[in-house]
Design a protein around this ligand. Structure first.
Ligand SMILES: Cc1ncc(COP(=O)(O)O)c(C=O)c1O
Length: 400
């Protein structure tokens, strides 16, 4: 049996897959088992920020794995690898977030954030945004929408209220003194690359303060230079106060790792035993994350992403104009972009047409095709992707 047959026979499948078995990756490219090469604009779902198998990451794995791999946050001892990462991460975090804990996935970090917000405020109501995605644990499913999930697994959570993203009147109707937290993504990734307005974020932050509700900002998808800043929320920092910031995906460039950072006030409310996990803050993940963050910072990748992002924006806008019969809009920031089409069926056809031409892209809900390339994308790779998209859009138009 080949790879695909074996996976189909023995693996549980929760999503539709392409008939493609990826064997290796280098930089912005991946290769299947037959040696066919694909330009990867998925980055393993927004994870491989330095591209595939970057030497910094490979070297980090070799070096740290030869020292020690496991000695978690929740164990009894300290770790030089963890201490180094704490220092590196603290240097790039928004001001005011001074205490950090490491986790293994974005959902786990968000789950802990929600749990701690409820415990510390002594309140249970949580407000989340329509279109948000925060993970697939019970807690995070309860604050996510759009995927056919919550109804399937849960009685509708009576503690969660969903409001329209960027709609301040709707938020102020719901946010009251019983609210433990508001959770939101500065740019909704799975929701189709929808950007929070600056004014909305400021108003939201001061309303949270008025009602002593925590503001949880989920930067799992947008953090670590993806939007041309270390964190997407950075621009608004003068006006907003974050209680908990959650991180994942790009933090360790491909190794499963995540984190949450809290203000000193939140930290005051944390007690021994509130949280933990066998692999949380393992030295291997810490060493890789420290090296990824060091690379992003030392090479000013945020600036690079801003420039490359501008270039990609211009090219995509031109494509949008040229194919305006099917592209309704183009939106994004840095190297996180979306082409808005009319429906998911069209996106599926476009994804397949891109694949046929050697480009991997991520279909997202509500008629959105999402582009999440490596942050080290070159000009030539950008042009290659745009040419493929152009040809794929044309082919889809012909049969539309
Ligand atoms: C904004 C956001 N939060 C949380 C998650 C969940 O992260 P993970 O899949 O690592 O649990 C995702 C994943 O796509 C995400 O985009």
């Amino acid at each position: 049996m080949n790879t695909i047959e074996l996976e189909n026979k023995l693996g549980i499948t929760f999503c539709k897959r392409q008939e493609l078995a990826i064997e290796k990756g280098r930089g912005s490219y991946v290769w299947d088992e037959q040696g066919n090469k694909f330009l990867d604009f998925t980055s393993g779902w927004g994870v491989t920020c330095l591209g595939h198998s970057h030497p910094v990451i490979v070297n980090s794995i070799i070096q740290q794995s030869q020292k020690i791999m496991q000695n978690p946050n929740s164990g009894f001892t300290y770790s030089p690898a963890r201490a180094k990462l704490l220092r590196q991460l603290h240097e790039v975090l928004p001001n005011g977030l001074d205490k950090i804990y490491f986790a293994n996935s974005g959902a786990e970090a968000n789950d802990a954030a929600l749990k701690l917000a409820r415990k510390i405020t002594g309140k249970s109501k949580v407000i989340s945004m329509i279109g948000s995605f925060h993970g697939r644990t019970f807690n995070t499913l309860a604050v996510s929408t759009g995927i056919d999930n919550t109804e399937k697994y849960l009685p509708p959570s009576t503690q969660t209220r969903f409001v329209q993203f960027n709609d301040f009147p709707a938020l102020s109707e719901e946010l009251d003194d019983n609210t433990a937290a508001v959770i939101l993504e500065p740019i909704q990734g799975e929701g189709g690359v929808r950007i929070a307005d600056s004014e909305y974020l400021q108003q939201l932050s001061s309303l949270c303060k008025n009602h002593k509700a925590m503001l949880i900002v989920d930067e799992v998808q947008t953090g670590f230079c993806r939007t041309g800043k270390f964190f997407a929320i950075e621009q608004q920092l003068a006006e907003i106060e974050i209680d908990i910031l959650t991180m994942g995906k790009g933090i360790a460039g491909g190794f499963p790792f995540a984190a949450f950072a809290v203000s000193r006030d939140v930290d005051q409310g944390i007690s021994l035993g509130d949280h933990g996990g066998t692999y949380c803050g393992n030295p291997l993940g810490c060493a890789i994350a420290a090296d990824v963050i060091g690379y992003l910072r030392d090479n000013n990748i945020a600036e690079r992403v801003r420039l490359m992002g501008k270039n990609l924006q211009e090219q995509l806008k031109l494509l949008g104009k040229k194919h305006r019969n099917i592209v309704e809009s183009v939106r994004g920031e840095g190297l996180l972009w979306a082409l808005q089409l009319s429906d998911d069926a069209l996106v599926e056809r476009l994804t397949a047409a891109c694949l046929q031409r050697g480009l991997l892209v991520t279909p997202t809900r509500n008629g959105v095709l999402r582009l999440i390339p490596s942050l080290l994308l070159s000009n030539e790779e950008l042009i290659e992707a745009v040419e493929i998209l152009d040809s794929a859009l044309a082919s889809v138009v012909q049969i539309h």
